[in-house]
Design a protein around this ligand. Sequence first.
Ligand code: SF4
Ligand code: SF4
Length: 372
Amino acid sequence: MNNFPEIKKNFGFGMMRLPMNGENVDIPQTCAMVDAFLEAGFNYFDTAHGYIGGRSELAVKDCLTSRYPRESYILTDKLSPNFFNTEAEIRPYFESMLEACGVEYFDFFLLHSLTAGNYSHYTSNRAFEIAAELKAEGKVRHVGISFHDTAETLEKILSEQPSIEVVQLQFNYLDYEDRNIQSRLCYEVCVKYGKPVIVMEPVRGGSLVNLPEAGLQEIQKLGEYSPAGYAIRYAASFDNIFMVLSGMSSIEQMNDNINSMKDFTPFTETEFETVYRVADIIRSIPTIPCTSCKYCTDGDRCPMHIRIHSLFGAENKARRFNTEDARGHYDWVISKGGKPTDCIECGLCEEICPQQLPIRQLLKEIGERFEG
Ligand code: SF4
Ligand code: SF4
């Protein structure tokens, strides 16, 4: 379903993981990606002020808006909750986003990363009303949200905010029935409220590209596309989904995705059965059953400030996916707290862990994997 005739195809360029040259966006390569994308007949681009520390918006200007006429692309930007504290700060922030991107209006303007926790920040600062005003002024064509919480929270928000036209959801074949992400349940709420869906994370941050060997073999039996191609086509095969974003980081990834989506055909029954088998294979690989309750770290309980649940998240990623992403996750966790090898084995964390996890032993194993 596409309620937006200005959008040419159902695949979008998510500009949150652009190719980098040290600390800077690799502009020549990003320009080549933009050119290839437009040349193949796609025209939807997605950014946010927080992506790559503000450098994504600037890359949008350098590679897209300063090089192509305004009517040749659709541009989405987002109002992120951490960039405004008061209602009065929203409009200046919005104007700075327009300027950074080099445009006079956004086609889609999304209130970013809505959760039960930050919803009141948006409502108390009249963000929904201001977004509607910007639309009435022609500075925004369509208003929506990107969403990261339960279906119950989504239903509450959609029932209270009729100005929302579209919803951006995390949606992929592994999270479809996930009890935390709730892709299917959230999608069904959108259908119920008649809100077309934009998909983010169709390849789950790259995880579904780097499948475990048995999963890869299943995908390869299908034969035609790459693992990323199947993951993107899966999401695009649902009726109420009009756009699937992929955060591409190289011209090779761009070409692979273009190949999968330029003549899009919806999934066959065999393809659905195959990716759900792959999801079963991934889920069958044992992970640490940490529930992220954080009791072990609350109130500085760990004297070494080790972010235990986050390290377990990196370890679980490494166990299930053949991916560099786990290393990146690990490096990020230890930049915020202690390393697993800092553990002094005081045992305070294990005393309180409701899952009775052997945290000290697990941290040793994680230390050996990432530091050994
Ligand atoms: S055993 Fe290690 S991880 Fe647990 S609280 Fe003590 S120092 Fe922290
Ligand atoms: S207390 Fe146990 S279950 Fe909770 S976050 Fe810590 S390790 Fe995970």
